[in-house]
Structure formats: structure tokens, C-alpha cells
Design a binder for this molecule. Structure first.
Ligand code: PLP
Length: 455
């Protein structure tokens, strides 16, 4: 986090030869006078040109383009607060329709009472799901006359940082199954070694942050069936489908990763990834209303009416929910299928054209998730330096080291989104080839890889 620069008297000097304003404007102190809206717009607009170009950002899964009609709806709904259900009842109706469509896409069982809510992203969705599982575990323990100390959560080292955040903030021990140099996901064996009577939940990932792969969700589900039965436990399985939840249902509808697996009690998805809406929106869905303990629901009446609420935030924008509804109506299943097929094709084309480069091997060829991940063989291509060279052309392609025990491996990862055309794929592949050639002729640069990645 940036430190506050409390002493700085740095100012914006007038630009455009004084056309907009002629006085210095403080950067770190509230200016004593304002300026015209045109001037403020121009000043900020110009400064933001220093940001990377979202269209060239292959580091992020997050949507950077929507249709103009979506932009219009977003602008029209900017002024509505999602929490004011009594004031904006139709927005709440749309919210419910969106959650219902997602629940049904994930095969929420009709015989139960699936329930869910939109969130600000998958991080909030995961916090809410895990809080529910922690509280449900505490209730079960108390009813059985047992203590509720030292709850734990079993995850793989392939999870997103928000999982460690949950464990840290909500005081649950994170039991993390490490990666190995030839395994970047987890399965039943890794989970079995870590679960016990204090496990509030096991989480599996559909589309991991690091390599874009899938944990053995079916295997973990079967393991939990056996262990729960044998020990009399009720350990639930949560699926983190942040990136894969809007891919697999359209590309491999027969793949069972969701509520079709009986131990899956909750799922999160990031709508701002392949749900194709701008940041920030995620969704959490519980298999049944009973997975969400009543004592976590707050009833608020000061906005009018009685509104049950389960969220971390209170106020939040409503436009992302409206945008998700727009995409659902606009695209339908067929539209999502077309888009997913195209991004997968483009990812595979990119993988094919750079996989031939000597010294690089593919960790992910884009066939299941639209992600191309490469590692450097031991001959010393420096992927961090390669990432910097690509940045000079404007491409944002992160290089990072994998978590333990695969920390010796550096990975270059590219996420292919809808807005990334085949032509862009060819241009990027060309520049990767050129950057490799330049590195080979100049000798490897010695730079330490960064461990932080953006998703
Ligand atoms: C992106 C991502 C997250 C975090 O999601 P946000 O919507 O950015 O909060 C969590 N898990 C996985 C697997 C992700 O890809």
C-alpha cells in the first residue's frame, strides 16, 4: 500500500498553455478552490494515459470490453445502490433472476432450495461461503457437545491469494497441499492427508490462477463421500469456479464439476471474468438454503421493508448485476458457446505458434481454459526478462514463480479474452518470437522473477 505523502507540496503545473487553468493544483492536499469540470476531466484523462492498455493486458481475466448498449445501461444504473431493495425493487428482481440463471447453469438441484447472492467479486463470494461453512461446523460441533477450537480449511497451493486472506482474517487454519515440480493441482490423495474432524470445508479449483488447470474435483468428491461416511463427518466441498465457471458449462457441458457432484455445497464464480461483465461482480451459490446458517443473515428495516442480507459490504453499485442480465439476454447459451469456442481456439492458436520455441514448454495449451502457460526449460531462457521486453511493445504478460514445492519453476501466463482477436494472437506470437531471439543474441539478463501476479 502507498504511504501517505503528508508533507508533499507537489503540484500539477498548468498544461495546454493555460487554456484550462493557470494556477498550480496540489496533488496531495485537497485544493482550496475547484476548477471547471472540463479541466478536471482533461487533467485526469491525460494522467491515466500512463496506465497500461487494457486491450493488451494478458495478465488479467477481467473483462475490458462490452457492447455500447451495455455501456449505456451501466451509465443509466450508476446512481442506484444495490442495497436499497425497497427503493429499487426491480433491480432486486433482476438480481434474483441472474442468481437463478447461474444456479441452474451449475445444476443446482431442483429438489432442494438453492440460494445465492451477487457479490463484489469471487473474493467476497469465497469469504461468504467459507463463513457459512465455518458457522455450520461450529453449530454441528456444539450440538454434539464438542469444542469449536482450531477449525481448518483444506486447499491446494494452487489457490488464489483470497483463500489465504479468508484463513487469516477469519481465523481458520489453512492446510495447504503443496505443488510438486510435476503436479500443479490437487486430488484425493493430497486432500486425504490433511482433513480431520476440524475441517470446515475442502476447496477445489476449476481453472487455477497459476497454470489454468483443474483440480481433480470428482476424485475429491468421491474421497469426501467415503471419509464422511466412515467418520460420521459432514465436510462440504466448495468449488472455486472464479475463472472456469463461465467456460466449462459452454465448452464441456458433460464435465461434472458442479452441483452434480453430491458433496459440492457451494460454488463461487467471477462474473467479471468469463461472465463478460466489467469489474466488480462475483456470485456465490449454496446448494441448499440450509447450508447458510440463519444466524449469519441480517434483517435490516431502516431502508423500508424487511430485507434479509448476507454480504460483507453494505452499499454497492447495481450496474454489474444489470450488465450480467444484459449479457444473459443478449447472448443466450448459444452466444456464450460461440464466444467460449472462439477464445479457446485463439488460445490454442497462440500456444501452437509459440510452443515450437526451443527452450520453452507448455504447461497449458488452452484446450480446456483459454490460458496459455509456458515454463522455461533448464537451458536458461529468462522469462522475467522476456516479460519486460514484451512490455516495451505494450503487451502485459506476467512472469512469476510457482508456489512451494514448485518454486523453482517460472511461468509466463497469457489469458485470452473475448476482445483478443486472432490477428492480435498472431501479432503477439510474432513479438514473443522476436523477444526470444533478442534475448538469445544478447545473452540472458539476470533478473529476479516477481512472485506477485495479477488476476
Ligand atoms: C480471480 C480469481 C479469484 C479472485 O476473484 P475476484 O473476483 O478477483 O475477487 C479467486 N479464485 C480464482 C481461481 C480466480 O481465478
Amino acid at each position: 500500500m502507498r504511504r501517505l505523502d503528508v508533507n508533499s507540496e507537489d503540484t500539477h503545473a498548468p498544461a495546454y498553455a493555460g487554456r484550462w487553468f493557470t494556477h498550480d493544483v496540489p496533488k496531495y492536499r485537497l485544493p482550496s478552490e475547484g476548477m471547471s469540470a472540463d479541466a478536471a476531466y482533461q487533467l485526469i484523462h491525460d494522467e491515466l494515459n500512463l496506465d497500461g492498455n487494457p486491450a493488451l493486458n494478458l495478465a488479467s481475466f477481467v473483462t475490458s470490453w462490452m457492447e455500447p448498449q451495455a455501456d449505456a445501461l451501466a451509465a443509466e444504473t450508476l446512481d442506484k445502490n444495490m442495497i436499497d431493495e425497497d427503493e429499487y425493487p426491480q433491480t432486486e428482481v433482476i438480481h434474483q433472476r441472474v442468481v437463478s440463471m447461474i444456479g441452474r447453469l451449475f445444476h443446482a438441484p431442483a429438489g432442494e432450495h438453492p440460494t445465492g447472492t451477487a457479490t463484489i467479486g469471487s473474493s467476497e463470494a469465497i469469504m461468504l461461503a467459507m463463513l457459512a461453512h465455518k458457522r455450520a461446523w461450529q453449530h454441528r460441533r456444539r450440538e454434539a457437545g464438542l469444542d469449536t477450537e482450531r477449525p481448518n480449511l483444506v486447499i491446494g497451493a494452487d489457490v488464489h491469494t483470497c483463500w489465504e486472506k479468508f484463513a487469516n482474517f477469519f481465523e481458520v487454519q489453512a492446510r495447504i497441499a503443496p505443488m510438486e515440480e510435476d503436479r500443479f493441482t490437487i486430488g484425493a490423495a493430497e486432500v486425504e492427508a490433511l482433513i480431520d474432524e476440524r475441517t470446515i470445508a475442502v476447496a477445489g479449483v476449476l481453472g487455477t490462477t497459476f497454470t489454468g488447470q483443474m483440480d481433480d474435483l470428482k476424485g475429491i468428491d468421491e474421497l469426501l463421500a467415503t471419509v464422511n461416511e466412515r467418520e460420521g463427518w459432514q465436510i462440504p466441498l466448495h468449488i472455486d469456479a472464479a475463472s472456469g465457471g463461465f467456460v466449462v458449462p459452454f465448452s464441456e457441458p458433460e464435465l461434472e464439476w458442479d452441483f452434480r457432484l453430491p458433496r459440492v455445497r457451494s460454488i463461487n464464480v467471477s462474473n467479471h471474468k468469463f461472465g463478460l461483465v466489467y469489474p466488480g461482480m462475483g456470485t456465490v451459490i449454496f446448494r441448499d438454503r440450509s447450508d447458510l446458517p440463519d444466524d449469519l443473515i441480517f434483517h435490516i428495516n431502516y431502508l423500508g421493508g424487511d430485507m434479509p442480507n448476507y454480504s460483507l459490504n453494505f452499499s454497492r453499485p447495481s450496474n454489474s448485476v444489470v450488465l450480467q442480465y444484459f449479457n444473459f439476454l443478449r447472448l443466450g447459451r448459444a452466444g456464450y458457446e460461440r464466444i467460449v469456442a472462439t477464445v479457446l481456439e485463439n488460445a490454442q492458436a497462440l500456444a501452437a505458434s509459440i510452443s515450437g520455441i526451443e527452450g520453452l514448454s507448455l504447461l497449458n495449451d488452452g484446450s480446456r481454459f483459454p490460458i496459455v502457460a509456458l515454463r522455461s526449460d533448464d537451458d536458461g531462457l529468462n522469462l522475467t526478462a522476456l516479460s519486460h521486453t514484451l512490455r516495451e511493445r505494450g503487451w502485459i504478460v506476467p512472469a512469476y514463480t510457482l508456489p512451494a514445492n514448485a518454486q523453482r519453476i517460472t511461468v509466463l501466463r497469457m489469458v485470452i479474452r473475448e476482445s483478443f482477436s486472432r490477428d492480435m494472437v498472431d501479432l503477439l506470437a510474432h513479438d514473443v518470437h522476436a523477444a526470444v531471439k533478442a534475448q538469445r543474441s544478447g545473452g540472458p539478463r539476470r533478473e529476479r522473477p516477481r512472485t506477485r501476479i495479477h488476476c
